[in-house]
Design a protein around this ligand. Structure first.
Ligand code: ADP
Length: 542
């Protein structure tokens, strides 16, 4: 082999912020603070505080490879930890406060976190779990000195006091790009959560991919609202991608209701925003109530769960906002596919385009996909043949942290996503369902997502969940569970979906429930519901 003769400069996270401070010193970060006030500063100011924080961490003897945990909302202090911890060679472990107490204790002990940085909102959680933490040496509260006078704070110290002792320019260590930089545990609906350990290289490559036109199309003109949490899967890479390009990064803290989000969107002239469907539902409903339009917003990135057609339509018809559907998972840093606009898509009539936008998109460059049929053979890319979705790429996990569970890591370096999908001739991937949620009726696969999409948009139905339940003749049949905000006869719900679905996919019955259970990332806990409704159709004969 003739080796190329180019420099092997490592790809390092800290260089993103160093670059922003040098080349985009005016751009910066706007955050909603704990008390509701707005904090703003430039990337240049962030850089200087990150240097001080790294100095303070080294005073605490935080060493390369050590894990430092955060339980925090999206704000500038969490952003500083992202850079200072990884820049000093340690690993930032972002902890999802929506996990159960038991899971949070498990992951902190499993990660071996030496210090925790906690938003005051999570003091009650901290008080509950503290006695069971085995490795934590100290806790810092992300607030102003004297801001929190809560007995639950216990021995916790103030982050700003720590920073004050940090000194000036820090002597950053030389790191290898393959060094671990951050750690995030999967939400673990079954069994214990599993740790995904991202490297500097994987993080920078992922940021490069999602920042560009196959991703969120950011630039120094952008003002991007990250509603998606920094405590899970690095807020889809936004704290890195926005910094790389000098986009303004808008961080909403813990206030994720429609009114608070709109206030930020309006005051910061947000043009791009990223979040899960439930959050956008709240924003759309709020905008309807107050009779206003999202004037500045051009695109809404929606992922984490399938975006319903009604959401694509409402964003476009009521606000002239283009919905970009995205798909990914914690193991993929997390972005794998994005449905970004293309000339041929924009030339389609509206209905055809909306149908295309329902697909999760094409793999961003760097991610390779294939689908395997039930016989283990690769399926054709015809948009019709479903199969297990396998992926590989430089920002996809190849193992779990301190775990020998290799069940999802297949021969040839492929990762099994646990999703069933189709891929069409143009490369668009469409998620049919999770392997464990797909409804197996008479030897056919019925997509629970397709049924949920068919009900979305029916006035009065606030949430829907389709599950497969045992049926004496068909093996399994779909059952629809919904929550409502007004009285609706069950037969109206069934006839609404019947008109939109092929016969085989029409639910056999609908049950109106008070609430539907969700996991820590807001996904429906279908397993719980399958257990609960196991006998619902067993006496049916049809
Ligand atoms: P995250 O926590 O980042 O949402 P998880 O790893 O918890 O990621 O969950 C990933 C799973 O979420 C995917 O395997 C897929 O089943 C589901 N998912 C993510 N985005 C979408 C989407 N746009 N449409 C349908 N399902 C999605």
């Amino acid at each position: 082999m003739l080796t190329g003769q180019m420099m092997g400069e490592p790809l390092l996270i800290l260089d993103l912020l160093r670059h922003a401070a040098l080349c985009h010193p005016q751009a910066g970060i706007v955050s909603r603070c704990h008390d509701g006030s707005i904090h703003r500063y430039s990337y240049a100011e962030a850089w200087s505080r990150v240097n001080r924080l790294a100095g303070a961490l080294s005073e605490l003897s935080v060493a390369p490879g050590d894990r430092v945990g955060t339980i925090a909302w999206n704000d500038y202090r969490h952003f500083e930890l992202y850079y200072a911890v990884s820049g000093s060679g340690a690993v930032i472990h972002t902890i999802n406060p929506r996990l159960s107490d038991e899971q949070i204790v498990y992951i902190i002990n499993h990660a071996g976190d030496r210090f925790l940085f906690v938003d005051p909102d999570f003091l009650p959680l901290l008080a509950r779990i503290s006695p069971q933490l085995e490795t934590v040496e100290g806790v810092f509260l992300l607030c102003e000195p004297g801001e929190v006078m809560d007995a639950a704070a216990g021995e916790a110290r103030c982050y700003e006091d720590l920073l004050a002792g940090g000194g000036g320019e820090f002597a950053w260590p030389a790191l290898e790009e393959t060094a671990a930089a951050s750690l995030c545990y999967t939400s673990g609906t079954t069994g214990n959560p599993k740790g995904v350990l991202y490297s500097h290289r994987s993080t920078v490559l992922h940021a490069r991919a999602v920042a560009g036109s196959e991703g969120w199309s950011l630039s120094s003109f952008s003002s991007v609202l990250a509603v998606v949490p920094m405590f899970h899967a690095s807020a889809w890479g936004l704290p890195y991608a926005a910094t790389m390009l000098g986009a303004n990064l808008v961080l909403p803290g813990g206030r994720l209701d429609g009114a608070s989000l709109y206030e930020l969107i309006d005051s910061e002239r947000v043009d791009a925003m990223c979040g899960v469907p439930t959050v956008w539902q709240g924003l759309l409903d709020h905008m309807q109530q107050v009779g206003k339009r999202l004037e500045s917003v051009e695109k809404a990135v929606v992922g984490g769960s399938a975006v319903p057609l009604s959401m694509i339509q409402r964003f476009e018809d009521e606000h002239d906002v283009f919905v970009m559907h995205g798909w990914g998972m914690t193991e993929m840093s997390p972005v794998g596919a994005v449905n970004y606009p293309t000339p041929s898509m924009m030339a389609m009539d509206k209905e055809a385009r909306h149908n295309l936008q329902l697909k999760q998109g094409r793999p961003v460059f760097g991610v390779t996909m294939k689908i395997l049929g039930p016989d283990g053979r690769e399926q054709p890319q015809d948009g019709r043949s479903p199969g297990r979705l396998l992926v590989k790429g430089p920002w996809i996990a190849e193992s779990y942290y301190k775990s020998d569970d290799r069940s999802a890591f297949l021969e040839g370096g492929w990762f099994d996503t646990g999703d069933i999908a189709t891929i069409d001739e143009q490369g668009y991937m469409h998620i049919v369902d999770r392997v464990k949620d797909v409804i197996k009726s008479g030897g056919e696969w019925v997509s629970s997502i397709e049924i949920e999409n068919a009900i979305a948009g029916l006035e009065g139905v606030t949430e829907a969940c389709a599950i497969g339940v045992p049926h004496p003749r068909w093996g399994e049949r779909p059952l629809l569970l919904v929550t409502v905000d007004r009285a609706i006869p069950e037969r109206d719900i069934l006839s609404h979906v019947a008109g939109k679905l092929p016969r085989m996919s029409r639910p056999d019955d609908v049950v109106i429930v008070d609430a539907l259970p969700h996991n820590a990332t807001g996904k429906l806990l279908k397993k719980v519901l399958r257990d609960q409704y196991r006998d619902h159709l067993m006496n049916a004969s049809g």
